[in-house]
Design a binder for this molecule. Sequence first.
Ligand code: DC
Length: 219
Amino acid sequence: MEHAAPVIAIDGPTASGKGTVAQRVASALGWHYLDSGALYRLAALRALETGISVSDARALAEAARTLDPVFSDGRITLDGREVTDDIRREDVGLLASRIAVHPELRAALLELQRSFRRPPGLVADGRDMGTVVFPDARLKVFLTATAEARAERRHKQLSDKGFSSSIAALLQDLKVRDERDSSRSTAPLKPAEDARRLDSSDLTIDQVVAQILDWHGKG
Ligand code: DC
C-alpha cells in the first residue's frame, strides 16, 4: 500500500540547510527523497522560458501539471534536458517564490509531490511538507537558522557552483523571500503544530542529521 510508506517532513526557510540535511537523512535510512523546492523551481524555469506571466495563475498551473522531471543521482532532467544548475539560479528561485503564492499552482504540484511517497519511506524537504502535503508524516522537523547564517551558506553554495554573489545582496533577497513566504495566505512558511524545531545556526550538518535520526529512532 503506497500510503503506508512513512514520511519524515523537513520544513524551514530557504537556505536553512534543509536540502542537504534531508538528503543525508534519506540516504542514512535508505529512503526516497523529495526536494519540493526543485518542483517550484522547475515550474518557474518553464514559466520563464515559455514567457508565462507571474500573475497568470491558470497558465502557471497548467505548466506545472505537465511537468515530468526525472531525478537521478542528484541530477534533474526536464524534457530531456539537464536543468540541475539552471534551477538553482537566483532569478529562478525568486520567480519560484513569486509564483508559489498561487493556490492553483500549489494544487497542481500536490499530486506530483505525493507520487514520491513510496516504500520503504520518504524524506520530504520543503516548507509545507508537514502542514499541507504530508500532514500525517510521522516526524516533522522545522529547521531554522538566522538570516545571516543562511546568506553565508547560500553564498558558499553558489560559489561552489562557480556563480559569484554578494552576501549583502543575498541577505536582502532572503529577507524579502522570508517575508513573502511567511505572509502569503496560501501555505505560508510556518511550522506544523506538531513539528519539532531545530535551530541549525551553530550546528554542523552531521549534528543536525544525528538529532533527526535520534528523534526518528525514538518516534
Ligand atoms: O527551497 P527553495 O529555495 O528551493 O524553494 C524555492 C521557492 O519555492 C521558495 O521560495 C518558495 C517555493 N516553495 C514553496 O512555496 N513550497 C515548497 N514546499 C517548496 C518551495
